[in-house]
Design a protein around this ligand. Structure first.
Ligand code: GCB
Length: 597
């Protein structure tokens, strides 16, 4: 499941950042990709051709084109097109993007085109030639273009298709915005001809240092690799095998300072080979479970968290998550809510987000969008899911902040689904045995003479380290807020349980004078108070990530007074205004903190 090119810490490489203005062209019927009969597209439609249409038209009066990727409108990249123009708000289909860039050739240097993310499928062409294709909207991909590039002007063209078909992950209906486009940074990346493609170093669950280095190129085998951890006197030296791989398994340096939310210490780590060096900043911590407890550096930790979509604060977000935008949201969690944990929902967020969490001392859950219903019987879908997890894991396995890989959200129990997810869990454990595996599960509810009883009855639990559940009593369904504190939860004591979601909509500024009504801030705040009373009665609860930090765009939410395309379960509004429930959570976590020490 390892991507062909990992390009660990790609931003530290010699790169050309392709962010900025790109020309674009809509192509609802995909005529630039295929003809009406499914054959190769008509040449007058092929947006990726290595030509200047205006010049061609001048040269030959009989020339005929139905596109022009030089004189078209432009769009700022990275960006989701849905927010850029009102007519693209609900556009689902292909948009072509093109940009030119200059290259000075250098001997013995390889070149790649790398995208941090494009939603959902990307067809990539360089100088008129196909470089590759990728599906999955939230993980990076790269293609080698060493033999396609030329001296001087080069041209890159990408068809981004936001349509989700029967094999897509997620499927076609979600509770978040469609957000098509090149949503994270695209780059040209240069490397030596044999380079360090993949390098990681972490502590395993027992505090031993483990890692791996992979070289790519002609001279990959039998090279000495040295790893330096600045400020320690540890010397690690390993040699690559015939596949260019070297594994690390050694004692941690004496006095190694452990990374934690209270003291997020990062070491400068340098991986050195004869042909290439790679610099990383890495925190070292252990994460494991003991019975119902989660142990961070061998001490029980309560995950005081919140869920978050990848959407910046503002009236018209476009998934353009700059460093400042991420820091603003993360500070609301760490400083505002007194939290130590974020559920990055419902898909892998950017590499930058997990790097900033490393720096700020925030624990993370990262998941792929195996969400609601997908085709669990289809082996290609399973392979897609494994590949996506791989792209996330190989990108982020140096991040101390990430402690949980989650494989699914609210997938109804059924044989096909169980087999699919058990298989996926095994694959994740093989790829990364040092972290914990979870999934957001549905619960079983029974009304008995004792009252409302909730239990987790899911065969998947045996494959998981942490049981996470989403619960919405008091918002969805008929339960009253007064019922919540009395709900009886049955949880196993051999595994930690966390509440991966609970929440209620409220529109900031809407207040109830008398009895709280749904969508008022008072109702949401009371919902939080009562749900927290319920949570305090759940034996062995090890953490929570209420739904959600900020109101977010969702085409499913169209109440004309309160929603208008926004899911309003945020503790802050889309423009960052804190609702009453924000203070309820902040107080709760403050109290939790003071009882933990
Ligand atoms: C859920 C989903 C989440 C939704 C949320 C809601 O259970 O996991 O994606 O947005 O409920 O607001 O209903």
């Amino acid at each position: 499941m390892r991507p062909e090119f990992v390009l660990t810490h790609v931003a530290s490489r010699d790169t050309i950042d392709l962010s900025g203005e790109w020309v674009y062209s809509k192509d609802l019927y995909r005529t630039g990709l295929t003809d009406i009969n499914g054959w190769v597209a008509k040449s007058r439609m092929q947006r990726y051709r290595d030509i200047n249409v205006e010049a061609e038209e001048k040269k030959d009066p009989n020339s005929f084109y139905e596109f022009d990727m030089q004189r078209g409108p432009t769009m700022e990249i990275p960006n989701a097109w849905n927010s850029v123009l009102p007519e693209l708000r609900y556009y689902v289909g292909v948009i072509w993007f093109q940009k030119e860039f200059d290259i000075k050739p250098q001997k013995d240097r390889r070149a790649f085109i790398h995208f941090e993310a494009a939603n959902y499928r990307a067809h990539v062409f360089v100088n008129g030639q196909k470089a590759g294709e990728h599906s999955g909207g939230f993980t990076p991909f790269a293609f080698e273009i060493t033999d396609i590039i030329r001296k001087g002007k080069n041209q890159i063209t990408v068809a981004v298709d936001s349509f989700h078909d029967a094999e897509s992950i997620p499927g076609s209906i979600t509770d978040w915005d469609l957000y098509g486009g090149i949503t994270r940074t695209p780059r040209i990346v240069f490397t030596p001809s044999t380079f360090i493609d993949d390098a990681y170093l972490q502590l395993d669950q027992n505090g031993k240092m483990i890692g791996e280095v992979r070289l790519n190129g002609d001279k990959k085998s039998n090279q000495r690799i040295e790893v330096e951890i600045a400020g320690t006197n540890k010397k690690i030296s390993v040699t690559t095998d015939a596949h260019g791989k070297a594994s690390i398994a050694t004692d941690a340096p004496d006095n190694l300072k452990r990374w934690s939310p209270e003291d997020p210490h990062l070491y400068k780590v340098r991986f050195k080979s004869r042909t290439d060096n790679l610099d990383e900043k890495i925190g070292f911590r252990t994460i494991k479970t003991r019975g119902h407890e989660i142990l961070l550096n061998d001490k029980p930790v309560f995950l005081a968290g919140i869920s978050m979509h990848e959407e910046e604060i503002g009236e018209n977000p476009s998934r353009n998550m700059t460093e400042a935008a991420i820091r603003k949201l993360f500070s609301e969690v760490k400083q505002g809510l007194n939290g130590n944990y974020i559920r990055l929902s419902h898909y892998p967020h950017s590499e930058l987000a997990s790097r900033i969490a490393d720096e700020m001392g925030i624990l993370l859950w990262s998941e792929i969008p195996v969400y609601w219903s997908i085709d669990f019987l289809n082996e290609r879908v399973l392979n897609n899911a494994k590949r996506m997890m791989g792209e996330n894991i190989y990108r982020d396995r140096n991040r101390a902040s990430i402690i949980i890989w989650s494989i699914a959200n609210e997938t109804p129990v059924a044989d096909d689904r169980n087999l699919f997810l058990q298989n996926l869990a095994r694959s994740v454990r093989n790829m990364d045995p040092s972290r914990l595996i979870s999934a957001a599960l549905l619960v079983e509810r029974k009304d008995t003479e004792k009252g409302i009883e909730i239990s987790i009855n899911d065969p998947l639990t045996n494959s998981l380290d942490i049981l996470a559940v989403n619960t919405y009593n008091g918002w969805y369904g008929d339960d009253k807020l007064d019922d919540l504190a009395g709900i009886i939860w049955h949880t196993p004591d051999n595994r930690p349980v966390i509440l991966s979601e609970f929440g209620a909509d409220a529109m900031a500024g809407v207040h109830a004078e008398g009895a709280p009504f749904k969508f008022s801030e008072e109702y949401q705040a009371e919902y939080y108070r009562q749900t927290l009373r319920m949570a305090d009665n759940i034996a062995n609860l090890s953490g929570m990530s209420p739904w959600i930090l900020k109101d977010f765009r969702s085409p499913r939410r169209e109440h004309p007074v309160y929603q208008n395309g926004w899911n309003r379960k945020g503790l802050i509004s889309e423009t960052g205004v804190r609702k009453q429930s924000f203070d309820v959570m902040a107080e709760y976590y403050k109290k939790r903190q003071s009882t933990q020490h």
